[in-house]
Design a protein around this ligand. Sequence first.
Ligand code: ATP
Ligand code: MG
Length: 565
Amino acid sequence: MAYNSVNDTQQQKANFIHIQIDEDLRNGKNESRIHTRFPPEPNGYLHIGHAKSICLNFGIAHKYGGKCNLRFDDTNPSKEETEYVESIMQDIRWLGFDWEDRLYYASDFFQNLHDFGVKLIKEGKAYVDDQSAELISTQKGSPTHPGDESPYRNRSIDENIDLFMRMTAGEFDEGSRVLRAKIDMTSPNMHMRDPIIYRIIKTHHHRTGNKWVVYPMYDFTHGQCDYWEGITHSVCTLEFEVHRPLYNWFIDQLQETGYRPRQIEFARLNLTYTIMSKRKLLQLVKERFVNGWDDPRMPTISGLRRRGYTPESIRNFSDRIGVTKTDGIIDVSLLEYSIREHLNKTAQRVMGVLDPLKVIITNYPENESEELDAINNPEDAEMGTRKVSFSRELYIERDDFMENPPKKFFRLSPGTEVRLRYAYFITCNNVVKNEKGIITELHCTYDPASRGGNSPDGRKVKATLHWVSAKHAVKSEVRLYDRLFNDPEPDGHSADFTEFINPESLKILSDCYVEPFVRNAKPLDHFQFERLGYFNLDYDTTSEKPVFNRTVQLKDSWTKEQSKE
Ligand code: ATP
Ligand code: MG
Protein backbone atom coordinates (compact mmCIF):
# COMPACT_ATOMS: atom_id res chain seq x y z
CA MET A 1 0.00 0.00 0.00
CA ALA A 2 1.28 3.46 -0.84
CA TYR A 3 1.00 6.09 1.83
CA ASN A 4 0.82 9.80 1.22
CA SER A 5 4.20 11.43 1.55
CA VAL A 6 5.48 14.99 1.32
CA ASN A 7 4.94 15.68 -2.34
CA ASP A 8 1.51 14.29 -2.95
CA THR A 9 -0.02 15.83 0.14
CA GLN A 10 1.33 19.31 -0.45
CA GLN A 11 -1.00 19.50 -3.44
CA GLN A 12 -4.09 19.09 -1.24
CA LYS A 13 -3.87 22.50 0.32
CA ALA A 14 -6.99 23.90 -1.34
CA ASN A 15 -9.41 23.23 1.45
CA PHE A 16 -12.99 22.30 0.50
CA ILE A 17 -14.28 23.65 3.82
CA HIS A 18 -12.91 27.09 3.03
CA ILE A 19 -14.70 26.93 -0.32
CA GLN A 20 -18.02 26.16 1.41
CA ILE A 21 -17.46 28.97 3.89
CA ASP A 22 -16.69 31.37 1.06
CA GLU A 23 -20.01 30.46 -0.49
CA ASP A 24 -21.88 31.00 2.79
CA LEU A 25 -20.22 34.40 3.08
CA ARG A 26 -21.22 35.31 -0.46
CA ASN A 27 -24.82 34.42 0.40
CA GLY A 28 -24.71 36.45 3.59
CA LYS A 29 -25.63 33.37 5.64
CA ASN A 30 -25.82 33.92 9.43
CA GLU A 31 -25.11 37.61 8.88
CA SER A 32 -21.71 36.58 7.52
CA ARG A 33 -20.45 35.54 10.94
CA ILE A 34 -17.85 32.74 11.13
CA HIS A 35 -17.82 30.82 14.38
CA THR A 36 -16.35 27.33 14.86
CA ARG A 37 -15.67 25.15 17.90
CA PHE A 38 -13.40 22.34 18.98
CA PRO A 39 -15.49 19.83 21.00
CA PRO A 40 -13.33 17.21 22.78
CA GLU A 41 -14.83 14.65 25.09
CA PRO A 42 -12.74 14.75 28.30
CA ASN A 43 -12.21 10.99 28.36
CA GLY A 44 -8.54 10.90 27.40
CA TYR A 45 -5.59 13.03 26.32
CA LEU A 46 -5.55 14.77 22.96
CA HIS A 47 -3.62 13.13 20.13
CA ILE A 48 -2.20 14.20 16.80
CA GLY A 49 -5.59 13.54 15.14
CA HIS A 50 -7.19 16.07 17.46
CA ALA A 51 -4.38 18.47 16.55
CA LYS A 52 -5.58 18.31 12.95
CA SER A 53 -9.09 19.26 14.09
CA ILE A 54 -7.76 22.03 16.38
CA CYS A 55 -5.63 23.53 13.61
CA LEU A 56 -8.57 23.33 11.24
CA ASN A 57 -11.18 24.89 13.55
CA PHE A 58 -8.99 27.60 15.07
CA GLY A 59 -7.39 28.08 11.64
CA ILE A 60 -10.79 28.85 10.07
CA ALA A 61 -11.56 31.41 12.79
CA HIS A 62 -8.17 32.99 12.20
CA LYS A 63 -8.46 33.06 8.42
CA TYR A 64 -11.91 34.68 8.42
CA GLY A 65 -11.54 36.94 11.43
CA GLY A 66 -14.11 34.78 13.25
CA LYS A 67 -14.16 32.96 16.57
CA CYS A 68 -13.51 29.45 17.78
CA ASN A 69 -14.90 28.05 21.05
CA LEU A 70 -13.55 25.28 23.20
CA ARG A 71 -16.38 23.03 24.28
CA PHE A 72 -16.04 20.01 26.49
CA ASP A 73 -18.49 17.41 25.38
CA ASP A 74 -19.08 16.04 28.86
CA THR A 75 -22.28 14.07 28.55
CA ASN A 76 -20.98 10.73 29.82
CA PRO A 77 -20.00 11.01 33.50
CA SER A 78 -18.81 7.39 33.69
CA LYS A 79 -15.73 8.00 31.52
CA GLU A 80 -14.82 11.61 32.10
CA GLU A 81 -12.31 13.19 34.44
CA THR A 82 -11.00 16.61 35.42
CA GLU A 83 -7.43 15.50 34.72
CA TYR A 84 -8.38 15.19 31.07
CA VAL A 85 -10.02 18.62 31.03
CA GLU A 86 -6.84 20.26 32.32
CA SER A 87 -4.54 18.40 29.95
CA ILE A 88 -6.73 19.28 26.97
CA MET A 89 -6.61 22.99 27.80
CA GLN A 90 -2.85 22.88 28.29
CA ASP A 91 -2.33 21.10 24.96
CA ILE A 92 -4.48 23.49 22.94
CA ARG A 93 -2.67 26.51 24.41
CA TRP A 94 0.67 24.87 23.77
CA LEU A 95 -0.29 24.35 20.13
CA GLY A 96 -0.69 28.12 19.98
CA PHE A 97 -4.46 28.57 20.01
CA ASP A 98 -6.71 30.61 22.26
CA TRP A 99 -10.43 30.29 22.93
CA GLU A 100 -10.31 33.57 24.90
CA ASP A 101 -13.40 33.78 27.11
CA ARG A 102 -15.30 31.14 25.19
CA LEU A 103 -14.86 28.03 27.27
CA TYR A 104 -18.03 25.94 27.31
CA TYR A 105 -19.13 22.61 28.66
CA ALA A 106 -22.04 20.66 27.25
CA SER A 107 -23.01 20.31 30.91
CA ASP A 108 -23.60 24.09 31.00
CA PHE A 109 -26.60 23.31 28.82
CA PHE A 110 -28.06 20.37 30.74
CA GLN A 111 -31.08 22.40 31.86
CA ASN A 112 -31.66 23.81 28.36
CA LEU A 113 -31.41 20.32 26.90
CA HIS A 114 -33.85 18.97 29.45
CA ASP A 115 -36.29 21.78 28.69
CA PHE A 116 -35.92 20.98 25.02
CA GLY A 117 -36.66 17.31 25.73
CA VAL A 118 -39.84 18.36 27.55
CA LYS A 119 -40.79 20.62 24.64
CA LEU A 120 -40.44 17.70 22.22
CA ILE A 121 -42.65 15.54 24.45
CA LYS A 122 -45.28 18.27 24.60
CA GLU A 123 -45.26 18.52 20.81
CA GLY A 124 -45.71 14.75 20.52
CA LYS A 125 -42.16 14.39 19.18
CA ALA A 126 -40.63 12.34 22.00
CA TYR A 127 -41.69 9.46 24.24
CA VAL A 128 -40.47 7.39 27.15
CA ASP A 129 -39.66 3.82 26.20
CA ASP A 130 -39.69 1.24 29.01
CA GLN A 131 -37.48 -1.17 27.08
CA SER A 132 -33.75 -1.59 27.50
CA ALA A 133 -31.34 0.00 25.03
CA GLU A 134 -30.34 -3.52 23.92
CA LEU A 135 -33.90 -4.52 23.10
CA ILE A 136 -34.49 -1.23 21.32
CA SER A 137 -31.48 -1.82 19.11
CA THR A 138 -32.84 -5.23 18.03
CA GLN A 139 -36.00 -3.47 16.83
CA LYS A 140 -34.09 -0.96 14.71
CA GLY A 141 -34.25 -3.05 11.52
CA SER A 142 -31.55 -2.77 8.88
CA PRO A 143 -30.83 -0.21 6.20
CA THR A 144 -33.04 -2.24 3.82
CA HIS A 145 -35.72 -3.26 6.36
CA PRO A 146 -37.83 -0.83 8.35
CA GLY A 147 -37.65 -1.04 12.13
CA ASP A 148 -40.42 -2.12 14.50
CA GLU A 149 -42.30 0.50 16.43
CA SER A 150 -41.96 0.32 20.18
CA PRO A 151 -45.10 -0.75 22.09
CA TYR A 152 -44.62 2.47 24.11
CA ARG A 153 -44.47 4.76 21.08
CA ASN A 154 -48.00 6.03 21.31
CA ARG A 155 -48.21 6.84 25.00
CA SER A 156 -50.07 10.00 25.86
CA ILE A 157 -48.20 13.25 26.24
CA ASP A 158 -49.23 13.44 29.90
CA GLU A 159 -47.92 9.98 30.65
CA ASN A 160 -44.65 10.78 28.87
CA ILE A 161 -44.20 14.00 30.84
CA ASP A 162 -44.92 12.19 34.08
CA LEU A 163 -42.47 9.37 33.32
CA PHE A 164 -39.70 11.68 32.10
CA MET A 165 -40.02 13.80 35.25
CA ARG A 166 -39.84 10.67 37.39
CA MET A 167 -36.80 9.49 35.44
CA THR A 168 -35.27 12.89 36.18
CA ALA A 169 -36.13 12.60 39.85
CA GLY A 170 -34.22 9.32 40.09
CA GLU A 171 -37.23 7.06 40.59
CA PHE A 172 -36.10 4.47 38.06
CA ASP A 173 -33.06 2.25 37.76
CA GLU A 174 -30.29 2.76 35.25
CA GLY A 175 -31.15 1.11 31.97
CA SER A 176 -34.83 0.69 32.79
CA ARG A 177 -36.17 3.53 30.64
CA VAL A 178 -35.02 5.97 27.96
CA LEU A 179 -36.46 8.99 26.22
CA ARG A 180 -36.64 8.65 22.44
CA ALA A 181 -37.32 11.14 19.69
CA LYS A 182 -40.41 10.16 17.70
CA ILE A 183 -39.29 10.50 14.12
CA ASP A 184 -39.69 7.63 11.65
CA MET A 185 -39.07 3.90 12.15
CA THR A 186 -39.12 3.39 8.38
CA SER A 187 -36.54 6.02 7.51
CA PRO A 188 -33.75 4.72 5.25
CA ASN A 189 -31.39 6.53 7.63
CA MET A 190 -31.06 4.36 10.73
CA HIS A 191 -30.23 7.39 12.88
CA MET A 192 -33.72 8.76 12.24
CA ARG A 193 -35.44 5.63 13.61
CA ASP A 194 -36.58 7.07 16.92
CA PRO A 195 -33.08 7.67 18.36
CA ILE A 196 -32.55 7.55 22.11
CA ILE A 197 -32.05 11.08 23.40
CA TYR A 198 -31.90 10.59 27.19
CA ARG A 199 -30.71 7.73 29.36
CA ILE A 200 -30.44 7.17 33.10
CA ILE A 201 -26.88 7.20 34.52
CA LYS A 202 -26.39 7.37 38.27
CA THR A 203 -22.75 8.40 38.38
CA HIS A 204 -21.12 11.50 39.83
CA HIS A 205 -20.48 14.08 37.09
CA HIS A 206 -17.21 16.05 37.19
CA ARG A 207 -19.06 19.38 37.12
CA THR A 208 -22.71 18.89 38.01
CA GLY A 209 -22.07 16.34 40.76
CA ASN A 210 -25.18 14.30 41.57
CA LYS A 211 -27.65 16.89 40.32
CA TRP A 212 -28.62 14.88 37.25
CA VAL A 213 -29.41 11.21 36.81
CA VAL A 214 -30.62 11.57 33.23
CA TYR A 215 -28.01 12.42 30.61
CA PRO A 216 -28.52 13.54 27.01
CA MET A 217 -27.02 11.44 24.22
CA TYR A 218 -24.26 12.87 22.03
CA ASP A 219 -26.55 13.43 19.04
CA PHE A 220 -29.09 15.22 21.20
CA THR A 221 -26.42 17.47 22.67
CA HIS A 222 -24.01 18.40 20.01
CA GLY A 223 -26.07 20.37 17.51
CA GLN A 224 -28.06 22.09 20.24
CA CYS A 225 -24.85 23.28 21.92
CA ASP A 226 -23.72 24.51 18.51
CA TYR A 227 -27.00 26.41 18.25
CA TRP A 228 -26.89 27.98 21.70
CA GLU A 229 -23.23 28.95 21.33
CA GLY A 230 -23.93 30.62 18.00
CA ILE A 231 -21.69 28.28 16.00
CA THR A 232 -21.98 28.76 12.24
CA HIS A 233 -19.79 25.91 10.96
CA SER A 234 -19.75 22.68 12.93
CA VAL A 235 -16.77 20.82 11.52
CA CYS A 236 -16.56 17.13 12.42
CA THR A 237 -15.17 13.86 11.12
CA LEU A 238 -16.71 11.79 8.34
CA GLU A 239 -18.44 9.19 10.49
CA PHE A 240 -20.94 11.90 11.44
CA GLU A 241 -22.06 12.44 7.86
CA VAL A 242 -24.89 9.93 8.38
CA HIS A 243 -25.91 11.77 11.57
CA ARG A 244 -26.37 15.03 9.69
CA PRO A 245 -30.10 14.57 8.91
CA LEU A 246 -30.69 14.04 12.64
CA TYR A 247 -28.53 17.07 13.48
CA ASN A 248 -30.70 19.10 11.14
CA TRP A 249 -33.96 17.63 12.48
CA PHE A 250 -33.12 18.76 16.01
CA ILE A 251 -32.12 22.22 14.78
CA ASP A 252 -35.46 22.41 12.92
CA GLN A 253 -37.32 21.73 16.18
CA LEU A 254 -35.21 24.24 18.06
CA GLN A 255 -34.96 27.03 15.58
CA GLU A 256 -36.38 30.30 16.77
CA THR A 257 -34.47 32.66 14.50
CA GLY A 258 -33.15 32.68 10.95
CA TYR A 259 -29.70 31.62 12.12
CA ARG A 260 -28.61 28.00 11.81
CA PRO A 261 -25.36 26.11 12.24
CA ARG A 262 -24.15 23.89 9.46
CA GLN A 263 -22.36 20.58 9.91
CA ILE A 264 -19.43 19.89 7.56
CA GLU A 265 -17.50 16.62 7.66
CA PHE A 266 -13.86 15.92 6.83
CA ALA A 267 -11.64 12.82 6.87
CA ARG A 268 -10.02 12.05 10.20
CA LEU A 269 -6.27 11.71 10.38
CA ASN A 270 -4.84 8.21 10.36
CA LEU A 271 -1.08 7.69 10.57
CA THR A 272 1.04 4.68 9.73
CA TYR A 273 2.66 2.86 12.66
CA THR A 274 0.23 4.66 14.97
CA ILE A 275 -2.86 3.90 17.03
CA MET A 276 -5.27 6.81 17.19
CA SER A 277 -8.20 5.43 19.17
CA LYS A 278 -8.47 6.99 22.64
CA ARG A 279 -9.77 3.71 24.02
CA LYS A 280 -6.68 1.86 22.80
CA LEU A 281 -4.33 4.60 23.93
CA LEU A 282 -5.90 4.29 27.38
CA GLN A 283 -5.28 0.55 27.20
CA LEU A 284 -1.58 1.16 26.41
CA VAL A 285 -1.38 3.36 29.51
CA LYS A 286 -3.40 1.11 31.83
CA GLU A 287 -1.63 -2.09 30.83
CA ARG A 288 1.71 -0.30 31.13
CA PHE A 289 2.93 -0.86 27.59
CA VAL A 290 4.02 2.78 27.91
CA ASN A 291 4.84 4.99 30.88
CA GLY A 292 1.77 7.21 30.90
CA TRP A 293 -0.13 9.42 28.48
CA ASP A 294 2.95 11.61 28.00
CA ASP A 295 5.29 8.75 27.19
CA PRO A 296 7.39 10.07 24.28
CA ARG A 297 6.29 7.11 22.14
CA MET A 298 2.62 8.07 22.40
CA PRO A 299 0.93 10.00 19.56
CA THR A 300 -0.64 12.26 22.19
CA ILE A 301 0.15 15.97 22.12
CA SER A 302 1.75 15.60 25.54
CA GLY A 303 3.81 12.63 24.32
CA LEU A 304 4.91 14.47 21.20
CA ARG A 305 5.84 17.52 23.28
CA ARG A 306 7.94 15.42 25.61
CA ARG A 307 9.48 13.67 22.62
CA GLY A 308 10.69 17.07 21.37
CA TYR A 309 8.03 18.06 18.84
CA THR A 310 7.36 21.78 18.60
CA PRO A 311 3.94 23.43 18.10
CA GLU A 312 5.21 24.87 14.80
CA SER A 313 6.12 21.42 13.49
CA ILE A 314 2.66 20.07 14.33
CA ARG A 315 0.93 23.04 12.74
CA ASN A 316 3.09 22.72 9.62
CA PHE A 317 2.30 19.03 9.45
CA SER A 318 -1.38 19.80 9.71
CA ASP A 319 -1.16 22.32 6.84
CA ARG A 320 0.79 19.91 4.74
CA ILE A 321 -1.65 17.01 5.03
CA GLY A 322 -4.56 19.29 4.17
CA VAL A 323 -8.24 18.49 4.60
CA THR A 324 -10.04 15.94 2.46
CA LYS A 325 -13.37 14.20 2.20
CA THR A 326 -11.98 10.67 1.81
CA ASP A 327 -10.31 8.55 4.46
CA GLY A 328 -6.67 7.63 3.98
CA ILE A 329 -3.50 6.97 5.89
CA ILE A 330 -0.71 9.49 6.13
CA ASP A 331 2.86 8.21 6.31
CA VAL A 332 4.20 8.98 9.80
CA SER A 333 7.52 9.93 8.18
CA LEU A 334 5.72 13.11 7.07
CA LEU A 335 5.28 14.05 10.72
CA GLU A 336 8.94 13.24 11.37
CA TYR A 337 9.89 15.33 8.36
CA SER A 338 8.05 18.30 9.84
CA ILE A 339 9.91 18.22 13.13
CA ARG A 340 13.27 17.66 11.43
CA GLU A 341 12.61 20.61 9.18
CA HIS A 342 11.77 22.89 12.11
CA LEU A 343 14.55 21.77 14.41
CA ASN A 344 17.11 22.02 11.65
CA LYS A 345 16.37 25.73 11.51
CA THR A 346 16.09 26.32 15.24
CA ALA A 347 17.90 23.73 17.34
CA GLN A 348 21.10 24.55 19.17
CA ARG A 349 23.93 22.27 18.02
CA VAL A 350 26.01 20.52 20.64
CA MET A 351 28.31 17.54 20.68
CA GLY A 352 27.34 14.47 22.63
CA VAL A 353 28.81 10.97 22.67
CA LEU A 354 26.35 8.14 23.19
CA ASP A 355 28.72 5.16 23.24
CA PRO A 356 31.97 6.59 24.60
CA LEU A 357 35.48 5.40 23.75
CA LYS A 358 38.27 7.20 25.55
CA VAL A 359 40.95 8.97 23.52
CA ILE A 360 44.20 10.17 25.14
CA ILE A 361 46.03 12.88 23.25
CA THR A 362 49.52 11.86 24.29
CA ASN A 363 51.25 15.03 23.11
CA TYR A 364 48.74 17.36 24.84
CA PRO A 365 49.91 18.65 28.23
CA GLU A 366 48.30 17.12 31.31
CA ASN A 367 46.07 19.34 33.47
CA GLU A 368 45.64 21.86 30.69
CA SER A 369 42.67 22.74 28.58
CA GLU A 370 41.63 25.38 26.07
CA GLU A 371 38.44 26.75 24.59
CA LEU A 372 37.58 26.52 20.94
CA ASP A 373 34.83 28.23 18.96
CA ALA A 374 31.84 26.21 17.79
CA ILE A 375 28.91 27.33 15.64
CA ASN A 376 25.52 27.16 17.36
CA ASN A 377 23.46 26.66 14.24
CA PRO A 378 24.86 26.77 10.69
CA GLU A 379 21.31 27.55 9.42
CA ASP A 380 21.02 30.66 11.56
CA ALA A 381 24.05 32.93 11.89
CA GLU A 382 22.27 35.00 14.53
CA MET A 383 22.50 32.12 16.97
CA GLY A 384 26.23 32.85 17.13
CA THR A 385 29.00 30.70 18.55
CA ARG A 386 29.96 29.10 21.83
CA LYS A 387 33.14 27.80 23.43
CA VAL A 388 33.90 24.10 23.70
CA SER A 389 36.66 22.84 25.99
CA PHE A 390 39.42 20.62 24.69
CA SER A 391 41.83 18.67 26.87
CA ARG A 392 44.10 15.65 26.92
CA GLU A 393 41.34 13.10 27.57
CA LEU A 394 38.38 12.97 25.25
CA TYR A 395 35.51 10.69 24.31
CA ILE A 396 34.59 9.80 20.79
CA GLU A 397 31.86 7.46 19.54
CA ARG A 398 32.96 3.84 19.76
CA ASP A 399 31.79 3.05 16.25
CA ASP A 400 33.85 5.91 14.82
CA PHE A 401 36.90 3.70 15.34
CA MET A 402 37.84 0.39 13.73
CA GLU A 403 41.02 -1.49 14.40
CA ASN A 404 40.90 -3.39 11.12
CA PRO A 405 38.76 -1.23 8.89
CA PRO A 406 37.30 -2.34 5.57
CA LYS A 407 38.30 -0.35 2.51
CA LYS A 408 35.54 2.23 2.62
CA PHE A 409 35.84 3.06 6.31
CA PHE A 410 37.25 6.60 6.47
CA ARG A 411 36.90 7.33 10.16
CA LEU A 412 39.52 6.68 12.81
CA SER A 413 41.74 3.59 12.62
CA PRO A 414 45.39 2.89 13.49
CA GLY A 415 47.65 5.21 11.51
CA THR A 416 44.86 7.36 9.99
CA GLU A 417 44.29 11.03 10.59
CA VAL A 418 40.82 12.57 11.12
CA ARG A 419 39.46 15.94 12.16
CA LEU A 420 37.84 16.50 15.54
CA ARG A 421 35.10 19.02 14.81
CA TYR A 422 36.13 22.61 15.71
CA ALA A 423 39.34 21.26 17.29
CA TYR A 424 42.33 19.52 15.74
CA PHE A 425 43.52 16.83 13.37
CA ILE A 426 44.43 13.72 15.32
CA THR A 427 46.21 10.49 14.37
CA CYS A 428 45.75 7.18 16.15
CA ASN A 429 48.99 5.52 17.18
CA ASN A 430 48.08 2.90 19.72
CA VAL A 431 45.11 0.77 20.77
CA VAL A 432 44.76 -0.29 24.42
CA LYS A 433 42.62 -3.35 25.30
CA ASN A 434 41.55 -5.07 28.47
CA GLU A 435 42.03 -8.76 29.24
CA LYS A 436 38.82 -9.59 27.32
CA GLY A 437 40.19 -7.96 24.21
CA ILE A 438 37.80 -5.01 24.40
CA ILE A 439 39.28 -1.67 23.40
CA THR A 440 39.43 0.63 26.41
CA GLU A 441 41.51 3.53 25.13
CA LEU A 442 43.05 4.98 22.02
CA HIS A 443 46.35 6.82 22.16
CA CYS A 444 46.49 9.58 19.60
CA THR A 445 48.58 12.62 18.82
CA TYR A 446 47.23 15.96 17.66
CA ASP A 447 48.67 18.50 15.27
CA PRO A 448 48.79 21.84 17.14
CA ALA A 449 48.95 23.66 13.79
CA SER A 450 45.43 22.43 12.88
CA ARG A 451 43.68 24.44 15.60
CA GLY A 452 40.02 25.04 14.85
CA GLY A 453 40.02 21.96 12.66
CA ASN A 454 41.74 23.77 9.78
CA SER A 455 44.32 22.03 7.64
CA PRO A 456 47.73 23.63 8.25
CA ASP A 457 49.23 22.72 4.86
CA GLY A 458 46.37 21.76 2.57
CA ARG A 459 46.51 18.10 3.54
CA LYS A 460 43.11 16.47 3.61
CA VAL A 461 41.36 14.19 6.06
CA LYS A 462 38.39 12.09 5.06
CA ALA A 463 36.32 12.28 8.23
CA THR A 464 35.21 14.77 10.88
CA LEU A 465 34.21 13.28 14.21
CA HIS A 466 32.26 14.68 17.13
CA TRP A 467 33.84 14.42 20.56
CA VAL A 468 33.70 15.77 24.10
CA SER A 469 36.37 16.57 26.66
CA ALA A 470 36.17 13.85 29.32
CA LYS A 471 36.62 16.10 32.32
CA HIS A 472 34.26 18.81 31.09
CA ALA A 473 31.41 16.71 29.70
CA VAL A 474 28.12 16.16 31.51
CA LYS A 475 27.37 12.54 32.16
CA SER A 476 23.86 11.94 30.86
CA GLU A 477 21.21 9.35 30.21
CA VAL A 478 19.91 9.16 26.66
CA ARG A 479 16.63 7.51 25.71
CA LEU A 480 16.49 6.36 22.14
CA TYR A 481 12.92 6.09 20.97
CA ASP A 482 11.69 4.33 17.93
CA ARG A 483 8.21 3.76 16.56
CA LEU A 484 5.92 2.11 19.07
CA PHE A 485 4.61 -0.37 16.50
CA ASN A 486 6.54 -2.33 13.94
CA ASP A 487 3.61 -2.69 11.58
CA PRO A 488 2.38 0.18 9.39
CA GLU A 489 -1.25 -0.55 10.32
CA PRO A 490 -1.24 -2.03 13.81
CA ASP A 491 -4.99 -1.55 13.94
CA GLY A 492 -5.65 -3.10 10.57
CA HIS A 493 -5.35 -6.80 11.41
CA SER A 494 -7.53 -9.37 13.06
CA ALA A 495 -4.79 -9.86 15.68
CA ASP A 496 -4.77 -7.66 18.77
CA PHE A 497 -2.92 -4.41 18.08
CA THR A 498 -0.64 -4.93 21.10
CA GLU A 499 0.96 -7.85 19.24
CA PHE A 500 2.59 -5.33 16.93
CA ILE A 501 4.36 -3.38 19.64
CA ASN A 502 7.96 -2.81 18.67
CA PRO A 503 10.09 -4.40 21.42
CA GLU A 504 12.89 -2.00 20.56
CA SER A 505 10.84 1.16 20.85
CA LEU A 506 12.89 2.35 23.84
CA LYS A 507 16.59 1.87 24.41
CA ILE A 508 18.15 3.52 27.44
CA LEU A 509 21.83 4.49 27.35
CA SER A 510 22.99 5.50 30.79
CA ASP A 511 26.62 6.29 30.11
CA CYS A 512 26.58 9.17 27.63
CA TYR A 513 28.58 12.40 27.69
CA VAL A 514 27.35 15.75 26.43
CA GLU A 515 29.25 19.02 26.23
CA PRO A 516 28.76 21.33 29.23
CA PHE A 517 26.62 23.80 27.28
CA VAL A 518 23.57 21.69 28.17
CA ARG A 519 24.07 22.39 31.89
CA ASN A 520 21.91 25.48 31.63
CA ALA A 521 19.20 23.79 29.60
CA LYS A 522 15.60 23.76 30.77
CA PRO A 523 13.30 20.76 30.38
CA LEU A 524 12.02 20.44 26.80
CA ASP A 525 14.90 22.54 25.32
CA HIS A 526 15.88 21.22 21.92
CA PHE A 527 19.33 20.25 20.67
CA GLN A 528 20.89 18.69 17.69
CA PHE A 529 23.62 16.32 18.84
CA GLU A 530 25.90 16.68 15.87
CA ARG A 531 25.82 13.72 13.50
CA LEU A 532 23.34 11.85 15.75
CA GLY A 533 19.93 13.46 15.70
CA TYR A 534 17.64 15.81 17.57
CA PHE A 535 17.28 15.46 21.31
CA ASN A 536 15.56 17.34 24.07
CA LEU A 537 15.97 17.55 27.79
CA ASP A 538 13.38 15.51 29.64
CA TYR A 539 11.56 16.60 32.79
CA ASP A 540 11.86 13.23 34.50
CA THR A 541 13.65 13.74 37.80
CA THR A 542 13.89 10.08 38.82
CA SER A 543 17.34 9.87 37.25
CA GLU A 544 20.34 11.56 38.92
CA LYS A 545 21.71 12.49 35.52
CA PRO A 546 20.12 14.77 32.97
CA VAL A 547 17.93 12.71 30.63
CA PHE A 548 17.76 13.40 26.92
CA ASN A 549 15.03 12.05 24.68
CA ARG A 550 15.82 11.45 21.07
CA THR A 551 13.16 13.22 19.02
CA VAL A 552 14.24 11.93 15.59
CA GLN A 553 17.34 10.85 13.83
CA LEU A 554 18.89 13.25 11.35
CA LYS A 555 17.72 11.12 8.46
CA ASP A 556 14.69 8.97 7.94
CA SER A 557 16.16 5.51 8.49
CA TRP A 558 12.84 3.67 8.04
CA THR A 559 12.14 4.96 4.55
CA LYS A 560 15.72 4.23 3.57
CA GLU A 561 15.41 0.68 4.83
CA GLN A 562 12.11 0.11 3.12
CA SER A 563 13.35 1.35 -0.23
CA LYS A 564 16.29 -1.05 0.03
CA GLU A 565 13.93 -4.00 0.26
P1 ATP B 1 -14.39 9.30 21.03
O1 ATP B 1 -15.54 10.19 20.66
O2 ATP B 1 -14.47 7.92 20.49
O3 ATP B 1 -14.02 9.35 22.46
P2 ATP B 1 -12.86 11.04 19.38
O4 ATP B 1 -11.53 10.77 18.81
O5 ATP B 1 -13.99 11.33 18.47
O6 ATP B 1 -13.12 9.83 20.31
P3 ATP B 1 -13.41 13.54 20.68
O7 ATP B 1 -12.90 14.01 21.98
O8 ATP B 1 -14.87 13.40 20.51
O9 ATP B 1 -12.68 12.18 20.43
O10 ATP B 1 -12.80 14.42 19.53
C1 ATP B 1 -12.85 15.82 19.54
C2 ATP B 1 -12.79 16.33 18.13
O11 ATP B 1 -11.60 15.91 17.50
C3 ATP B 1 -13.95 15.81 17.32
O12 ATP B 1 -14.52 16.91 16.63
C4 ATP B 1 -13.35 14.83 16.38
O13 ATP B 1 -14.00 14.85 15.16
C5 ATP B 1 -11.90 15.33 16.25
N1 ATP B 1 -11.01 14.19 16.00
C6 ATP B 1 -10.86 13.09 16.76
N2 ATP B 1 -10.00 12.22 16.18
C7 ATP B 1 -9.57 12.81 15.05
C8 ATP B 1 -8.67 12.42 14.01
N3 ATP B 1 -8.03 11.25 14.04
N4 ATP B 1 -8.48 13.27 12.99
C9 ATP B 1 -9.12 14.45 12.95
N5 ATP B 1 -9.98 14.87 13.89
C10 ATP B 1 -10.21 14.07 14.92
MG1 MG C 1 -16.10 11.91 19.51
